[in-house]
Design a protein around this ligand. Structure first.
Ligand code: PHE
Length: 390
């Protein structure tokens, strides 16, 4: 590789020779270049400001020259420099052209346009690259589809809308007060342990009722709705809830619920039964029967689990219903008078009004409706799963 020599002889012949040697060296190196990266290294080697060959030439030839020779040396350098730079530029053109020509389709298009004999210039190649074939079909953007969980949610909400219910929502980050206390879970009551709650850290200084948590159910919105409007109430509340559950085929730390609340004069357990029986028939077919199985929730009294006859075996007993013939779908009950005490100032007097409430898991219902055996499928975003609901 070319190394800038020291100059000792300042005769015109010697300077000529040094100049020619330098130009020969650039040419030789330029000819050997094959690709873009090689060219860049080559350019830097020769033209880098700091230590490129051309800078070295300035230092070693001009600055080192004795006074009387400086003029001559300077003039030579001024001749050589642009020539060397041109060689470097031409090398770039060659590399670039080769690159474009290598893009076969482009070259072919140009030749089709210009005829094989025409000279193809870089401009032609660049223009050919920009050509758009307007006869090609457009990009088809696939239409999205409703997620199965949202679809079920809308379906359930629709069933209740048709019965005159309105829709409400509430925050996912709740206070202990709404999630537990106002729902008749007294502080330190063991019923709180049935919901593995995710608390927000670092709130030890706050009063317990003000501490924030991720709501474990949509029931706190019952309280929020009753605070906002006096009776009568007919409302469904869809939403996302959180529990400190380890994910497996039937558990997810995040899932969805739909809550329902009806408050009025003379609301009875019969109304609850009739309403939910109708809803289950709408969702699973008019053949299903419902039964109300005694249960416990702090905010309802009496409380029940609603079970429907297994829609797979029709009640005979199969793997889906664990041979019982029944499938448990949701929790419900008559609003506990203690709950009304928390909203008494807004017209809720348990000696005058009564109500029922229910809450169902949307994923669970979706899984049963469509025969999905792993809840995780809802959250993995696998298009092969999702497009089956499109
Ligand atoms: N919130 C209860 C749960 O998540 C379900 C429920 C709602 C029960 C309303 C009764 C009344 O388990």
């Amino acid at each position: 590789m070319y190394i800038v020599p020291k100059i000792e002889d300042y005769s015109p012949a010697a300077l000529d020779k040094a100049g020619q040697e330098l130009l020969n060296a650039v040419r030789q190196e330029a000819d050997a270049i094959a690709g873009e990266n090689e060219w860049k290294a080559f350019r830097d080697r020769w033209m880098a400001r700091k230590n490129g060959v051309l800078t070295q030439v300035n230092d070693m030839w001009l600055k080192a020259a004795p006074g009387p020779a400086k003029r001559d040396v300077g003039a030579r350098i001024n001749e050589i420099k642009p020539l060397a730079e041109e060689i470097i530029q031409n090398a770039w053109r060659r590399v670039f052209e080769t690159k474009l020509l290598a893009e076969h389709e482009v070259a072919k298009t140009v030749w089709k346009v210009k005829g094989k004999q025409g000279k193809v210039t870089i401009r032609d190649l660049l223009l050919a690259k920009e050509r758009v074939d307007i006869t090609l079909p457009g990009i088809v953007r696939p239409l999205g589809a409703e997620h199965p969980v949202i679809r079920t949610m809308n379906e359930i909400v629709g069933v209740f809308r048709a019965m005159g219910y309105s829709i409400a929502e509430g925050p996912e980050i709740e206070t202990d007060y709404y999630n537990f206390e106002a729902l008749n879970f007294p502080p330190d009551h063991p019923a709180r342990d049935t919901q593995d709650t995710l608390f927000i850290a670092g709130q030890e200084k706050k009063r317990q009722r003000d501490r924030l948590l991720l709501r474990t159910h949509t029931s706190p919105v019952q309280i929020r709705v009753m605070q906002q409007q006096p009776p009568p109430i007919r409302v469904v509340i869809p939403g996302k809830v959180h529990r400190a559950d380890t994910a497996d085929a039937t558990h997810s730390p995040i899932f969805h619920q739909i809550e329902g609340l009806a408050v009025d004069t003379n609301i009875t357990f019969c109304d609850l039964k009739g309403t939910l029986d109708h809803a289950m028939k709408s969702l699973f077919g008019s053949d299903v029967k419902t039964r109300f199985y005694p249960s416990f929730f702090p905010f309802t009294e009496p409380s029940a689990d609603v079970q429907v006859t297994c829609f797979k075996c029709g009640g005979k007993g199969c793997r889906l219903c664990k041979m019982s013939g029944w499938i448990e779908l949701l929790g419900c009950g008559m609003v506990d008078p203690n709950v009304f005490k928390f909203v008494a100032s807004n017209g809720y007097d348990s000696s005058k009004i009564s109500g029922f409430a229910f809450g169902m898991g949307v994923e669970r219902i979706t899984m049963l409706k469509y025969g999905i055996d792993d809840i995780q499928l809802f959250y993995q975003g696998d298009v092969r799963f999702l497009e089956q609901f499109a």
